[in-house]
Write a protein that binds this ligand. Structure first.
Ligand SMILES: C[S@@+](CC[C@H](N)C(=O)[O-])C[C@H]1O[C@@H](n2cnc3c(N)ncnc32)[C@H](O)[C@@H]1O
Length: 205
């Protein structure tokens, strides 16, 4: 039964419960591994769950493979994988995280919530190209560097979903000196200074 919209996506009680259980699991592990900054814990739901969920609304309805680079504690990947379990069940997620302890958390969460996702404990730049329909990355690297890694894993007609903070104009200007891409900008729903960058057709200048 649909009970509540999250970023405009109607979610069932099961999905909402899963999101809360994931938030609780992450905060429990955060006492031992630095998955998110402790200073963000009081505002965890908006700062991390909603901030991640807003990416899901921009995923193409026919997406079958979503790669998230530098997943850390699973933001945005696991939030989107939980939403996808209800709304995009054929989409498989691949989480690329170089830190073995964080990857262990991700494997635990994937298993606990029965998600259509696998975890690669590898670096984005050396992971074999994934040819993904969607590539996301949050707080991983400045845009010029990030596009090298995103381009490696994005299918020719794929879409990159890249949340960026208040320095996004400088990052975009630097990236445009090295890269061509189609760009759409959306206001963040959680931070008035932040934007969601949606990029397609990324090629070297
Ligand atoms: C600042 S954290 C962000 C984590 C998560 N995306 C978030 O928003 O909370 C960056 C993460 O990327 C991982 N990382 C850094 N360089 C990487 C690389 N080259 N390939 C894969 N993961 C990387 C780090 O271990 C860390 O977990």
């Amino acid at each position: 039964m649909t009970i509540q919209p999250i970023c405009g996506v109607n979610v069932s009680r099961e999905t909402l419960d899963r999101l809360h259980a994931y938030a609780a699991l992450l905060q429990k592990w955060n006492a031992h591994i630095n998955l998110v900054a402790a200073s963000t814990l009081p505002d965890f739901w908006d700062r991390h769950i909603i901030d991640s969920a807003q990416l899901f609304t921009h995923a193409p309805a026919n997406a079958r493979h979503w790669v998230d680079l530098g997943s850390g504690g699973g933001l945005p990947a696991l939030v989107c994988a939980i939403l996808a379990k209800e709304h995009l069940p054929e989409c498989q997620f691949t989480l690329v995280e170089s830190d073995a302890r964080k990857a262990a958390f991700l494997v635990t969460a994937v298993r606990e919530f029965g998600l259509n996702a696998k975890v690669l404990t590898t670096r984005a730049e050396t992971t074999p190209p994934q040819s993904a329909d969607v590539v996301s990355a949050r707080a991983l690297a400045p845009l010029p560097q990030l596009l090298e890694w995103v381009g490696r894993h994005l299918a020719k007609d794929g879409v990159a979903l890249l949340p960026k903070g208040k320095n996004y104009t400088e990052e975009l200007a630097a990236a445009q000196r090295e890269w061509h891409f189609d760009l759409a900008l959306f206001d963040s729903q959680t931070d008035p200074l932040a934007k969601l960058l949606i990029l397609k057709d990324i090629t070297r200048v």
